[in-house]
Design a protein around this ligand. Structure first.
Ligand code: ADP
Ligand code: MG
Length: 214
């Protein structure tokens, strides 16, 4: 077997992205990054299972940024998170990762924030949306988001979202996304009932499971 690529600089990523990763202190990939990023770069669907703190955000963040077109001003990626806190964390990490790519707009759509300013921000458009299920579904219902241009859909902390009862909301959000998208499911666990529940979201997914913390 070929050894796994371990350094970001060994990946076919833009030099500006690799340089920015270096400026964040990211040189070596974590195990889940080394296993999942090459799969994402091949545009395959993915089920990635790894513990909390193993660097899953940067894994899918790099997957998204590697194919994002900044001059195409439409929503190209959507990340669904279980809570507002997690959505804010993901947005912050994506902004750090995107620093080297000018003019990438990332919007966070969560409950607990007034609807009207969110709709106003959406009218200006965004390349990447990060949100919680209820609020995303609310925007879909009001037609204040257009997800038909989404090329990468991420279900982050999918096990928690199912535990929190968001499954039906997620079904509604997935249905609003382009059927030609790449779908990435990141989770700390992947029990068999979740396997059944999420099968229709993914197309021939590659499954990766990493036990280690780093
Ligand atoms: P997870 O989503 O798996 O719980 P996070 O994406 O929140 O993990 O990452 C955990 C921490 O690891 C963050 O502080 C992040 O900045 C850091 N991190 C991620 N990837 C790397 C890397 N390749 N090198 C160094 N630190 C990293
Ligand atoms: Mg995470």
């Amino acid at each position: 077997m070929m050894p796994l690529t371990k350094r970001f600089s060994d990946l076919p990523l833009s030099s500006s992205l690799i340089q920015n990763l270096g400026s964040l202190g990211y040189h070596e990939m974590t195990d889940i990054q080394a296993a999942s990023i090459p799969v994402m770069l091949e545009q395959k669907d993915l089920i990635a299972q790894a513990k909390t703190g193993s660097g899953k955000t940067a894994a899918f963040g790099i997957g998204i940024l590697s194919k994002l077109n900044p001059s195409y001003f439409a929503t190209q990626a959507l990340i669904i998170c279980p809570t507002r806190e997690l959505a804010d964390q993901v947005s912050n990490e994506l902004r750090r990762l995107a620093r080297a790519t000018p003019n990438i707009k990332i919007l966070t759509l969560c409950g607990g924030t007034a609807m009207r300013p969110q709709i106003a921000s959406l009218e200006h458009g965004a390349h990447i949306l990060v949100g919680t299920p209820g609020r995303l579904l609310d925007h879909i219902g009001r037609k204040s988001v257009n997800l038909s241009t989404v090329q990468t859909l991420v279900l982050d902390e999918a096990d928690r979202m199912v535990d929190m009862g968001f499954y039906e909301d997620i079904v509604g959000i997935v249905a609003a996304c382009s059927p030609r998208r790449q779908t990435l499911l990141f989770s700390a666990t992947y029990p068999s009932d979740m396997r059944m529940a999420t099968a229709s979201f993914l197309r021939d997914p590659i499954e990766i499971r990493v036990e280690s913390q780093h």
